[in-house]
Design a protein around this ligand. Sequence first.
Ligand code: BDR
Ligand code: CA
Length: 314
Amino acid sequence: MEKGNVQRIIMDMDPGIDDALALILALKSPEVQVMGISTVAGNAPVALTSANACQVLEACNIHNIPVAKGAASPLERPLEHALSYHGPDGLGKLALPERKFPLDPEPAPELISQLASQHPHEIVLVATGPLTNIAQAFQSHPQLPKLLSRMILMGGAYHITPFGRGNKTPLAEFNIWQDPEAAFIVFTSGIDVTAIGLDVSANPEVCLSNKHLNQLETGHSPAISLAIQLTEYAIQHHGCCELHDPLTLASLLDPSLFGFMSVPVEVITTSDEERGMTRILPLGLGNRMPFIHLAIDVDEARFIQLFLSRVFGR
Ligand code: BDR
Ligand code: CA
């Protein structure tokens, strides 16, 4: 259920350049209201991902969204961060103002549970990092999957499109690979799952290039300035700015951007080269795992247009 036409969301994230851009997109999109942010270790250690979430809110002059720190490491293995991609602080080592924004006193699973209890069946959980916090929240609050409206996650490589190969291993995508045990718990929890995986998000047509950076540079606001710096860092270091996490949020803002199919998906938790793989099961075996809604196609131009226009707007 929605409040008016505005969809309440919780963002569970590991900022991270593209997580930060997803948060900016959410803050500037009238369709959604960010009720809370929970942070998790992933792209960077959780102290940094928490600081970075606060930093983005502060840069956008937002002071009324709680940020709760979550898991410092995956359920069963040590963290393998991605600072070499996202910069030494996880956010491109930008010269941002000193952060004053305080963290919420509650740990992430408690904040998620409290918000869901206050707004039963109304909140969509948007997860753009490893699923550790959410698995822990579901384990300590077994009613939680039913209290949330549904969840949308950035995760998985489904080997359906030419882009759907792994980015952490040849078979596995970073978020799911980081904590496949958590992903298994979430996928089998009974919550309605929509997954945006590399099959759509690694499409080079949904990356920001210098052309888009030049467009951003015509705007003037604290949020645009932050988006410019993040995009510039990614383009300088990686040739383009990947938008995995903004694309995930966009599936809530405008589902018509995507083609979806519903399939049973198994998360592989073995210790071999398949670890972290998200495997679509043949339909005959489908009763082993619940069906998820999987993005298999995206209107690249309309997505980029949505992203840029929202960053410019409000
Ligand atoms: C995902 O991994 C992280 O590095 C990004 O933030 C994104 O959530 C892409 O595989
Ligand atoms: Ca992320």
